[in-house]
Design a protein around this ligand. Structure first.
Ligand SMILES: Nc1nc2c(c(=O)[nH]1)N[C@H]1C(S)=C(S)[C@@H](COP(=O)(O)O)O[C@H]1N2
Ligand SMILES: [Mo]
Length: 432
């Protein structure tokens, strides 16, 4: 492990840039303020600009406030990007980009790095020409513009969102050596909006209603059927994400958010909710987003994203820096509720140790875990296994296939194995 000794203290540096004398300090602050406001010309104090031991950013004034009204990351972080695969649906009819989880810190995905999945591209909606209609089995059909929605009391909640197809590139024979491509259809944001139950109360649900059809305003007019129970439980109509209005990619000006449920049902660019007494059997719940089981029948309406976890460092994109003490870091999540425990193995699942969870552990949210490890430089097999508050344990690929067979495609929540090579490189492998 690298050691980081404190930088040598330089006398000139200390006395010119920092002073503990209150009188001098006031003077220093005053001239600093004036310079910042453009009232004083010239560069930083002569004493510090002549000190060549300091890096240039410590010797010269910076450019003032950021050059754009909306900030961007450091120019040294430009390789942190969403990514696409040329062959995989990089067409406007169907496109997907993957979030760089290897560069995510904490649990919130920055808005500009949230993965995208579009069935007809991004709808560019003028909020003044858009409204949400609630109709069907209701007492009073209602229309809500964005500003109508924003008049209701709002809630803000942190939830993950995962595409049911996350991990399909990770079945045997199709493995990418990548965290981003195998796990990056996953994000976690703070979402702000109105509980759907509030809007349904305004419209008045009529007795026979059991299901709701949700429809998007994109060219796909994407539709899915939603059970009324979930709609009245924790479903939100959201208009904001991470403290600002939704990004166009995420459904501006309004989308549905069904915490813990598969991505597709979180209808973006939401324009219509129709109440009915049975599911509509739309394309996205019959021809796709169903799982063919060993007996030849297909599982349908598999809403919940099951408990899952992955080590994000080390991973193929984050190789080992060297022998010695490292912190194994990862993410865990469950569509059933809170994460209760995460176990980590460095020997391919023979022995497990309980990892630290970074609190507060939130409901249907990404949860950070970590474990200290002294790497002896030998080959190792790293795994993580999440357990949620219902007691559900994340399965191995073998366990998953025993139940699901080999034709099932969506909802791959199996345990991931990273092989650590002696040279520190990390490989995506599957254990038999
Ligand atoms: N109207 C509409 N809603 C949609 C989609 C779409 O193409 N159109 N894609 C769905 C799918 S398959 C997923 S996984 C999520 C992705 O949400 P995101 O793009 O905000 O990450 O949105 C869902 N909602
Ligand atoms: Mo999806």
């Amino acid at each position: 492990m690298k050691k980081y000794p404190p930088a040598p203290l330089n006398k000139t540096n200390v006395t010119t840039s920092v002073t503990t004398d209150p009188a001098k300090r006031r003077l220093f602050l005053k001239s600093g303020l004036l310079a910042g406001a453009g009232l004083v010309s010239g560069s930083a104090s002569a004493a510090s600009s002549s000190n060549k031991l300091l890096p240039h950013w410590s010797r010269h004034l910076g450019p003032g406030v950021a050059s754009t009204g909306y900030g961007v990351p450091s120019r040294f972080e430009t390789d942190v990007q969403r990514k696409t695969l040329d062959w995989l649906r990089a067409r406007r009819e169907s496109s997907v980009s993957f979030s760089p989880l290897q560069s995510q810190h904490g649990i919130i995905t920055p808005s500009g790095l949230v993965f995208e999945r579009h069935h007809a591209g991004i709808a560019d909606i003028d909020p003044n020409s858009h409204y949400l209609l609630i109709h069907g089995l209701v007492e009073r059909p209602l229309k809500f513009t964005l500003s109508d929605l924003m008049r209701f009391p709002s809630v803000s909640r942190i939830h993950f969102l995962e595409c049911a197809a996350n991990g399909v590139l990770n079945y045997p024979g199709a493995q990418y050596n990548s965290l981003q491509f195998n796990f990056g259809m996953l994000s976690c944001c703070e979402w702000t909006g109105v509980p759907l139950s509030t809007l349904l109360k305004e419209a008045g649900v009529r007795k026979p209603a059991k299901w709701i059809l949700a429809e998007g305003a994109d060219a796909a007019a994407l539709t899915r059927s939603i059970p009324l129970d979930k709609a009245l439980d924790d479903t939100l109509v959201v208009y904001a994400q991470n403290g600002e209005m939704l990004r166009p990619e995420q459904g501006y000006p309004m989308r549905l958010l069904l915490p813990g449920w598969e991505g597709i049902i979180n209808v973006k660019w939401l324009r219509r909710l129709e109440l009915g007494d049975k599911p509509w059997e739309t394309r996205e719940e019959t021809a796709t987003y169903t799982d063919l089981m060993p007996d030849g029948k297909a599982r349908q309406y598999t809403f919940v994203m099951e408990t899952k976890s992955v080590i994000t460092s080390p991973c193929p994109e984050n190789p080992m820096a060297g022998k010695g003490r490292v912190s194994i870091n990862g993410l865990a999540w469950s569509g059933h509720g809170r994460i209760k425990r995460v176990d980590v193995s460095v020997d391919g699942g023979r022995n497990w140790r309980t990892a630290r969870l970074q609190g507060p552990v939130q409901n249907k949210s990404l949860t950070r875990f970590s474990m200290d490890w002294d790497w002896n430089g030998e080959v190792a097999l790293l795994q993580s296994r999440a357990i949620d508050e219902t007691g559900y344990v994340q399965p191995t690929m073998a366990e998953l296939r025993k139940i699901r067979g080999i034709r099932s495609f969506y909802h791959n929540n199996s345990i991931q194995t990273w092989l650590i090579n002696k040279n520190g490189e990390v490989e995506n492998v599957q254990l038999a």
